[in-house]
Design a binder for this molecule. Structure first.
Ligand code: CAA
Length: 390
């Protein structure tokens, strides 16, 4: 591959409300350290009924689209497992909200939390075939398991948006990637369910197994030595999950390098610990967390990425840090989104959790007046979702 292709811009959005995990633990008669350390989460995003996968994607993508790239984007790949229609793609609503040209090809992708990575790789191939084009890739989801379930402390939500282009400003994607796919029932959501069904312990074991398989396969394919990796970032359904997977391969490297990988992992989970699971976007929020918070990343260093989508599909691939990558990250916006949120007490969170727009054919108005996001869902009218911007 002569032309470098990779991530040129990154946008992130999560709604402004959260619950404190120590308080949630107390309300569920659990030791707070189970959630804070055992699960590895400090705060969890609470998604109001005025936000869905489409509006969260628009709020994230809006940060990275300007006059410079608006005319170059010719493809939107929208990864989600929180789809709002069984037929029409979320990407078309997004194309309209962002006022992108009608000529932009727009498609939704689904394979649980893996779909954004599928989008990134398809986008890379698209740019290799059309060097002047840019692709908007989205991962946007609401992670819902239900109140009083074991999955409750691993909920969350939000959206990641990346632009894939030639000569990227942030990371180039190395050639090659390793996949592992197997038909398993670790986590799924039948059409009649609004909340995921999950075999939690089994899913966590499968995640580690898929990581080891894809990591080993990648090393075989490319002769990559583990010591060449400055950091490995993971899909983080809860941040302890990534740590468990990382620990499974640390014996393959020196103690000094193992400690470096552990140090970088701490940077890569800082943002996820404050938000919870984003499903498709989680890996890319972790990547953003590493890029912004790590003090030792330099141009030319390699970062490994492990993507996992239940059901299940895993992929391991490698990126290379580009010179001056920090200049291409909109750090003030990301910091503002995470620092200017409002805490909800547990009964208020429970009420918001229960106020989702019903899946019926009746008209409905959301609580959008309380939501100050630029893009929001005002409700449903004549069986059509009403998207608005301010
Ligand atoms: N102090 C410190 N740690 C404590 C503690 C305390 N007081 N009490 C418990 N812990 C630790 C436990 O030892 C355990 O640690 P290990 O996993 O390292 O053994 C951890 O806290 C969790 O405790 P439990 O295993 O008892 O927790 P649980 O049975 O209530 O459920 C869970 C945990 C299975 C992850 C559950 O939250 C769940 O089902 N989550 C949803 C599924 C999920 O996220 N799966 C991940 C892989 S699938 C995927 O990645 C796709 C996706 O996005 C869903």
């Amino acid at each position: 591959m002569n032309v470098k292709v990779g991530i040129d811009r990154i946008g992130f959005y999560t709604p402004k409300w959260y619950v404190d995990m120590a308080k949630l633990a107390r309300a569920r008669n659990e030791d707070p350290n189970k959630y804070l350390i055992g699960i590895g989460q400090r705060k969890q995003a609470v998604i109001p009924n005025s936000q869905d996968a489409v509006t969260m994607a628009a709020n994230a993508a809006d940060q990275i689209i300007d006059d410079d790239n608006r005319q170059k984007i010719d493809l939107i790949l929208f990864g989600t497992e929180s789809g709002i229609d069984n037929s029409k793609s979320a990407a078309i609503y997004l194309q309209h909200l962002l006022k992108l040209p009608n000529t932009v090809q727009s498609v939704e992708l689904k394979q649980a939390c893996y779909a954004m990575t599928a989008g990134v790789q398809l986008a890379k191939d698209h740019v290799l075939a059309h060097a002047d084009s840019q692709v908007l890739v989205i991962g946007a989801d609401i992670a819902r398991y239900g109140l009083h379930t074991p999955g409750e402390p691993t909920q969350g939500g939000g959206a990641m948006a990346v632009i894939i282009s030639a000569n990227p400003a942030i990371l180039s994607i190395e050639e090659g990637s390793a996949h592992y796919v197997a038909d398993i029932m670790d986590f799924w959501r039948p059409l009649y369910e609004t909340q995921a069904l999950v075999d939690g312990k089994y899913s966590s074991q499968q995640y580690i197994d898929f990581f080891q398989r894809t990591f080993t396969q990648y090393q075989k394919q490319t002769n990559l030595k583990i010591s060449e990796l400055q950091a490995i970032v993971f899909h983080l359904p809860y941040t302890k999950m990534g740590l468990k997977a990382l620990r499974a391969i640390l014996s393959k490297t020196s103690e000094i390098h193992a400690n470096q990988l552990l140090r970088e992992f701490e940077y890569s989970r800082m943002f996820n610990r404050e938000v919870g699971n984003l499903y498709t976007g989680s890996l890319y929020l972790s990547l953003l967390s590493l890029l912004i918070n790590s003090e030792s990343l330099n141009a030319g260093q390699k970062i490994g990425l492990f993507s996992y989508g239940s059901g299940a599909e895993g992929e391991f691939y490698v990126t290379t840090v580009q010179p001056n990558f920090k200049d291409a990250l909109n750090i003030p916006i990301i910091t503002k989104i995470l620092s200017q949120r409002e805490e909800l007490e547990i009964p208020v969170y429970e009420k918001m959790f229960a106020s989702q727009m019903p899946l019926t054919n009746t008209d409905f108005e959301t609580d959008y007046q309380a939501d100050d996001a630029k893009f929001y869902l005002s409700g449903q009218k004549n069986q059509q979702r009403q998207y608005r911007s301010r």
